[in-house]
Design a protein around this ligand. Sequence first.
Ligand SMILES: Cc1ncc(COP(=O)(O)O)c(C=O)c1O
Length: 404
Amino acid sequence: MKWDIDAVRSQFPALKMQVGGEPAVFFDGPGGTQVPRRVLDSLEHYLVRANANRGGPFVTSEKTEEIIEGGRLAAATLLGASPEEVAFGANMTTLNYSLSRALLRHLNPGDEIVITDLDHEANRGPWLALSEMGMEVRSVRIDPGDGSLDLEHLASTVTPRTRVAAITAASNALGTIVDTAKVRRLLPDDCILVVDGVHFTPHEPVDVRAMDCDFFLCSAYKFFGPHIGVLYGRSRFFERLETDRLRPQKDSPPDRIETGTLNHEGIAGTAAAVAFMADPMATGRSLDRQGLLDSVRAMKSYENELFETLYRGLESIPGVTIHGPGLDVPRTPTAGFTVEGKDARTVVEHLGHSGIFAWDGHFYAMTLVEKLAPGPGGLVRVGLAPYNTRGEVERLLQRVESMV
Ligand SMILES: Cc1ncc(COP(=O)(O)O)c(C=O)c1O
C-alpha cells in the first residue's frame, strides 16, 4: 500500500490550523491524535439522528443499539477479538480501576501482583491500590541506559503466587516496545496478564490472541477517535469477573463492567476511527481484519521512515540527548529527549511559539521519568502520527537547533 500523505492529511480538518501565519505541526499524538472528518461526521450523525438511551421501542433507541454493536465489532476487528469481549468506558484509567477492583474479588491476601517502572501511572495506581487490601505489589525495573524493561528482573520478581501482571505494550514516554509474548512465557500459567495498549495501538497491529493476554486496554483518542476507553477481556475470564454492578445492569460480558450510560457518540466515533485506520486514504474499502492489518502496517512503515529522519536529526544536534531505545530495536515513533542547559518546558515553549505542538514533563509515566532523572522539567516528547510530514520534521529540527 503506497502512503499518499496528501490524501491522508486532507481528511483532518485540524491540520489546516495556523499559528502566527505558519501551519500548526502536531507532534503531540502520544497525548492525543487529531480526528479525521469521518469521525466528526459519525459524532454528528449519532447526536442528530440516533440520540437516545438503550432498550426503547422507537427508532433512535434502536439505532443507538445498532451503533453500540457496530462500535464493539469495529473495536474487536482492531484488536483481533470477538465483539462480546469488548467493553467501553470513560477512559483507560477508569476502566483499569474497575478491572482492578473486580479482580480483587478473585485474589487472596498475600497474592502477588507485578507492575513495571516503565508504565504510565494508569497501569500502576489501580494495582498499587490493592496493596492496601493485603496484596503484595512488586514493580519490575527498567534499564535506564536504553529504557527497556529488565526481563531478568521480571523473571526473578515473578513467583508461583504471582496472580496478576500489569504491563505496558509500549511506553508513551520513550517509545519502548515490550515483547509481551516473552513476558507471558515468564509468568505462571494461571497468572492474569493485563496489557496497557494505549500507546501501542495507534502504531502497531494488535492481536490480543497472539499476545495471549487476558485483558487489553486502549483509548480511542490516541487512535484518531474521541475521548473514550476500550477494554478487551478474554471471554473465559470476563464470564467470571465479579465487577461492581447495579442491580438492573446485565450480568454478562461486556455489559457487566460498563456502569451507567455509555458514551454513545464516543462509540460511534470509535467505529469511525477504526474505519479510518483500515482505509486511511478514504478509498471506500470496507472494514475487515486483514485489510486493517495491511493498512496499519503501511502506516507503521511510513511513520518509521519519518522517525528515522527525526531520530538521526535530533541525534546530530549538539547538546541533545535522546533517552530510551535506539533505531535498532522495535519501537514506536515517539522520542523522549533533553537539550543541555534547557529545561523541558523552555524547549516546548520555544517550539509552541512557532506552532509546533509537543509535550514536556513525565506524561504520567512518572516512575519511569523519576528513574531516568533526565534533569529539570523531565523530558521533551515528540511523537509522530501518520499525518506528519518530512517538512514538519525538518521544521522541528531547525527549531531545536536554534536553541543550542
Ligand atoms: C501508555 C498510556 N497508558 C494509559 C494512559 C491513560 O489513558 P486514559 O487517558 O484513557 O485514561 C495513557 C494516556 O496518556 C497512556 O499514554
